[in-house]
Every structure is written in structure tokens, then in C-alpha cells.
Write a protein of this length. Structure first.
Length: 389
């Protein structure tokens, strides 16, 4: 049995990035750039007006009325020539005419007999003009590798004419849920059976990260389990097994993994819940064996599986989050404790129902509180590490 720190280190040593793939920009939300991007255009593409008004040459104005000689709207291919002593009606986003360098907003003008009277004492040369390239220059790097593609970033890249982006590919994930006692929701329960929820919580957690795993339910039969694992290893990057990882008479997962020559990295961690956690590697496929209790499964996912997945997708495996503990909690030293909690952005407190079989406490939690194995008690206002989800 190894400590949590060693388990994390072993997983750290097996982190990998997904392959680089190019996808349409409109499909890239929440993906992560695999390469840096530079702009092939300048933005603004040309000098343009920041508002509706009139464009003219500032130095030739000298406070005198200007002759209005034309009009230019956004999208016009060619702007009017603006000679000294003249002005051109202009609209927001329109190209500033050749010869003009300043725009006065229409609310600060007066028009009489085709003449424009500028009534803006604070107007300066270049006022209300967005200069070409003032936001982005040709060749300028606009996003680094490992940048998350948020909605604003996607909009920014679209404004540069970028239609597709290089991102880290999503892993192919398979979930195998084992147990004779489990029944899918919606079916009647026989005596001794329970509704299977592990695949639902795991699949939802993966889907939140943009991954859509396959799911297979398997009875506690050594041949059936070995067959399911073998088929999954042939096609997936990440295999998750739930149940059957301990040493009971019906725990067939570990022998099946050994039979299929999966290299065991560790089995059993000094933690509560999820002490029988398994981690292994087969060629390039990562294998996690999670205990069958529902809270143990989901805790293992957030503590160990999600970090591996985040790194694969281009993110940080174990970002550090701390919070101020509310209340007090005593625990027997010797095991790292993972407790369900509610975090308001600053403070965190325990939820009811900490037992590994209970999902009611998880259902109203938004983080896991990690208490190190040498911690006997945590008191009000102590800082604790948390894993938000």
C-alpha cells in the first residue's frame, strides 16, 4: 500500500498529451490549443470610424464650416476622397476616406445648407478613428499553445479570419462496470440487487470535460471480464473499471488484468475512501481500477482520473485550490481522507453523508476536501486543499 503522494507521482510519470488535430473553429469550445497561433491579417483591417459622424482632415479644418461632399457606410468598397475643407458623412465601422484623419460624432455637429459646423471643443486630431492594426498586427502571436478555447477566444480568432484550429485530441475512453448485483435504472429490482449508478456518474463527469465514453456492464465472471477488458484495451486510450478490484472471491478484475499482461503500477493506496485503487499501463493505454462503492468511484475520478485527463487535453493536471474550513473535523491519522464538501469560493464545509456507499452527500457537494494522512483534526478557519468539480 502506497501513500497518496506516491500514487499521484506514479500517475504524473504516465501523463501524456493527446495527438494534434485540426477542427473547425465552431466546434472548438472548451478545447485546448496544441500549437501557438499568429495572425495573417491586421485588425482593424483599415482605418475606420468608431461612431456615426463626419470625417475630415483635422489640420485643414481651422474651425471653419466644411462642405459635405459624400457619404460612406460600413462595407463600402471604396471611400470618398476627402479634400481639404470638405467632410464626408460616415457611419460606425466604415472605412475612413482618403485624406481624412478625424471623425466628429454627429451629436456634436450642425448641418446648414450642405455645410457642416463642428461643435466639439474637445475634439483632437485622430479622434474617433480606429487605426489599422491598432489591435493586431500581421504576424503577431495571438494565442499560445495550451490556451483554452473559451467563447471570447473563439470570437477573437474568428475576427482574424481563422476558420480551424489545432487542438489536443480527446482520448477514447471505455468504462466497464462489474458486478452481479447491479441493474440498470428503469428495470425492476430482484432481491439482493441494486441500481447501477457508477457508469452514470462517471459518464457525466467525462462529458463535462467533452469526452463521451463507451459503457459496458459485466457480470462477475472471469472469462467475461477478461474478454471485455481485452476488447477495450485494443481500442481505447483510457480504460476505467469499477468493482472487482479487491481480493474477495468474486473480485476478478486484477487477475484478468494480469492475464492480459497489463503492467501494474500500483494497487491499494493509503486513503479513505477508495483504498483498493488500481493503476496500470498496457502499451499506451492507461488503466484505472476503481472500487465499486459509488462515492469511492467518483472520488477516485476527481482525485486521479480527471488530472490525467486534463493533462491529456492540454491543461494542468493538479491545479492547487485551497479554502478556509468551516467547523471542525477529527479523523484517525494514517490515511489521507477525501471528504465531500461545499465551497463558496472562499470557505468550505463538510456535507452530510460521508460514507463511501452514500451518494446523497455527493449530490449536494461541489468539491472534495483533502486531509493529509498525518492530520488528526482540522479546525475552524484552517486552510485545506480542495478539488472543485
Amino acid at each position: 500500500m502506497i501513500p497518496v503522494s506516491a500514487a499521484k507521482q506514479h500517475i504524473q510519470e504516465q501523463l501524456q498529451r493527446g495527438a494534434v488535430e485540426w477542427i473547425p473553429l465552431e466546434e472548438a469550445l472548451d478545447r485546448v490549443l496544441a500549437e501557438s497561433l499568429s495572425s495573417a491579417v491586421q485588425v482593424p483591417h483599415f482605418d475606420n470610424s468608431a461612431m456615426d459622424g463626419y470625417a475630415f482632415h483635422f489640420d485643414s479644418w481651422k474651425g471653419q464650416p466644411l462642405q459635405i461632399v459624400g457619404e460612406v457606410a460600413a462595407g463600402d468598397a471604396a471611400a470618398e476622397l476627402c479634400a481639404p475643407g470638405t467632410a464626408v458623412r460616415i457611419f460606425t465601422g466604415a472605412k475612413v476616406p482618403n485624406g481624412a484623419d478625424t471623425v466628429v460624432m454627429q451629436e456634436k455637429t450642425r448641418v446648414e445648407g450642405g455645410l457642416l459646423f463642428v461643435e466639439d471643443a474637445l475634439l483632437k486630431q485622430g479622434g474617433n478613428v480606429r487605426l489599422a492594426g491598432s489591435q493586431t498586427r500581421v504576424g503577431q502571436k495571438v494565442a499560445d499553445a495550451c490556451t483554452p478555447l473559451t467563447a471570447p477566444m473563439i470570437g477573437f480568432l474568428a475576427s482574424l479570419g481563422i476558420a480551424s484550429v489545432p487542438v489536443f485530441a480527446q482520448p477514447k475512453v471505455a468504462i466497464i462496470v462489474t458486478g452481479n448485483e447491479i441493474v440498470p435504472p428503469g428495470q425492476p429490482l430482484l432481491d439482493g440487487q441494486v441500481y447501477e449508478c457508477n457508469s452514470f456518474s462517471l459518464r457525466a463527469a467525462f462529458q463535462k470535460m467533452g469526452v463521451f465514453p463507451t459503457v459496458q456492464r459485466c457480470e462477475d465472471n472471469p472469462d467475461a471480464i477478461a474478454k471485455a477488458i481485452g476488447e477495450a484495451l485494443a481500442v481505447c486510450d483510457l480504460l476505467i473499471l469499477t468493482g472487482g478490484v479487491s481480493v474477495g472471491d468474486y473480485d476478478f478484475v486484477i487477475p484478468a488484468l494480469q492475464q492480459l499482461q497489463v503492467q501494474q503500477v500500483f494497487h491499494k493506496v493509503k486513503q479513505k475512501p477508495a483504498k483498493p485503487l488500481y493503476f496500470g499501463v498496457h502499451n499506451q493505454t492507461i488503466v484505472f481500477g476503481l472500487p465499486g462503492n459509488p462515492a469511492s468511484v467518483l472520488t477516485s475520478y476527481y482525485v486521479y482520473v480527471a488530472p490525467w485527463l486534463r493533462h491529456y487535453q492540454g491543461g494542468e493536471a493538479w491545479p492547487v485550490h485551497t479554502a478556509q474550513f468551516v467547523g471542525s473535523h477529527a479523523s484517525k491519522p494514517g490515511l489521507t481522507r477525501f471528504l465531500k464538501g461545499n465551497w463558496d469560493g472562499q470557505k468550505v464545509q463538510l456535507t452530510e453523508g460521508q460514507e463511501s456507499y452514500r451518494m446523497d452527500g455527493f449530490a449536494v457537494s461541489n468539491c472534495i476536501i483533502e486531509l493529509p494522512e498525518d492530520c488528526a483534526e482540522v479546525s475552524d478557519s484552517d486552510r485545506v486543499n480542495i478539488i472543485p468539480f
